[in-house]
Design a protein around this ligand. Structure first.
Ligand SMILES: Cc1ncc(COP(=O)(O)O)c(C=O)c1O
Length: 388
């Protein structure tokens, strides 16, 4: 029999998400684990995509993206962040921020480069960095505040550092990096001539007066930042996979060259749908963010009332809850216990977001509150069994 899987891929086993998902389905658990909404995005946006299909926008899109979407993105960042990106040479539409990150890292990295990441780390960064022959240098966000130690960050920069990935608002901790944190990263990037790659997919899900800072908008960073974002979470349309990069022309050229060999183009009618969504962003985005804020309050209050120590998130649609009042099991085991017991609620253990499991805190579960009120209420009712 042939050996199918290449050696570079073999170290990355099927994730725990698959196992947890299977048990959750088998036991018909309330799923507060999966990181996406169990409801649909706005009707007007779906209608715009349907109209694009009816109007014949069904062949390959231009490689950089359809012009109405590129222009809408340029307008959005001009209005929100005072950033001017040229749609012709600096904006590229890709299949979600996942393809954007893959194309960016693969286009930029040389073997032996170092890439700084904050840990817990979103699951796609690490394999992509390593498969490109580069090294991951992890800086911990330390529980319970999930902030980084400024000295640890300074020491992480070396002559080999090529890039730093900044995911804010941060999955899974819900942290929104502060001005002081962003400024320190900015200064270190400039001092060491390092590229900042951002993952801003939760940029519009920010609560309690916290403010999302665009790294590219800080002085001296426009020319050394690749901004990656996606419309998946903003408009609750994760299945559309419309992401993008905003980057200086030479970086954009490299990303586009890579994109040409991965997918070449992104679903044409869906790009038109998102262009329409962005036209209505000033009404749609605050509305969706407000709804998510109420869901956050409902879930966090309920979890605290049940007895969890909740890290109330500043952004994203995730909340971490410390379950040590209920169990001294490790998070992976406790997530399975919750699934298999009468509680029957699916969550995600935090340690799956760590490169080395032995460095991970083991007392947190991630709950996703991007769920219908009915799902959230059912989940909370089940979790209340822990109180008995
Ligand atoms: C931090 C982070 N980045 C990227 C993604 C994936 O985004 P997309 O669907 O646009 O590829 C997710 C999805 O959960 C995420 O949490």
């Amino acid at each position: 029999m042939p050996q199918w899987m290449s050696k570079k891929l073999q170290p990355y086993g099927a994730s725990i998400f698959a196992t947890l998902g299977r048990v959750a389905r088998e036991r018909k658990c309330v799923n507060l684990g999966q990181g996406f909404p169990d409801f649909d995005g706005p009707e007007a946006v779906k209608e715009a995509a349907r109209q694009a299909i009816a109007a014949g926008h069904n062949q390959y899109a231009p490689l950089p993206g359809v012009p109405p979407l590129s222009s809408a993105l340029a307008e959005k960042y001009r209005e929100e962040a005072g950033l001017d990106f040229d749609p012709q040479t600096e904006i590229t539409v890709l299949n979600g921020s996942t393809e954007a990150m893959y194309a960016t890292l693969t286009a930029l990295l040389e073997p032996g480069d170092e890439v700084i990441v904050f840990e817990p780390i979103y699951d796609t960064y690490l394999p992509v960095i390593q498969m490109n022959g580069a090294k991951v240098v992890a800086v911990p966000l330390e529980a319970p505040a999930f902030a980084f130690d400024p000295d640890r960050l300074t020491k992480a920069f070396s002559a080999k550092t090529r890039a730093i990935i900044i995911n804010t608002p941060h999955n899974p901790t819900g942290r929104v990096f502060s001005e002081a944190e962003m400024t320190q990263i900015q200064q270190l990037c400039i001092e060491h001539d390092v590229i900042a790659i951002t993952d801003e997919v939760y940029e519009h899900l920010v609560f309690d007066g916290h403010r999302h800072i665009h790294m590219a908008a800080l002085p001296g960073m426009r020319e050394r930042t690749i901004t990656i974002s996606s419309t998946a979470k903003t408009f609750s349309l994760t299945g559309w996979k419309i992401g993008y990069t905003l980057a200086p022309p030479e970086a954009t050229e490299a990303i586009r060259r890579m994109h040409q060999f991965i997918a070449f183009a992104v679903a044409t009618p869906l790009q038109h749908g998102i262009a329409a969504a962005l036209q209505q962003r000033n009404t749609l985005i605050p509305q969706l963010a407000e709804e998510m804020n109420s869901k956050r309050d409902f879930l966090c209050n309920a979890l605290a009332d049940i007895g969890f120590n909740v890290s109330v998130p500043q952004g994203t649609f995730f909340a971490l809850a410390d379950f040590s009042p209920f169990s001294s099991e490790k998070d992976l085991d406790y997530a399975l216990t919750l699934l298999k017991s009468e509680v029957a609620v699916a969550t995600i253990p935090i340690s799956v977001f760590y490169q080395h499991q032995n460095e991970a805190p083991t007392n947190y579960l991630r709950f996703c509150f991007a769920k219908t009120d009915a799902t959230l209420q059912a989940g909370v009712a089940q979790l209340r069994r822990l109180k008995n």
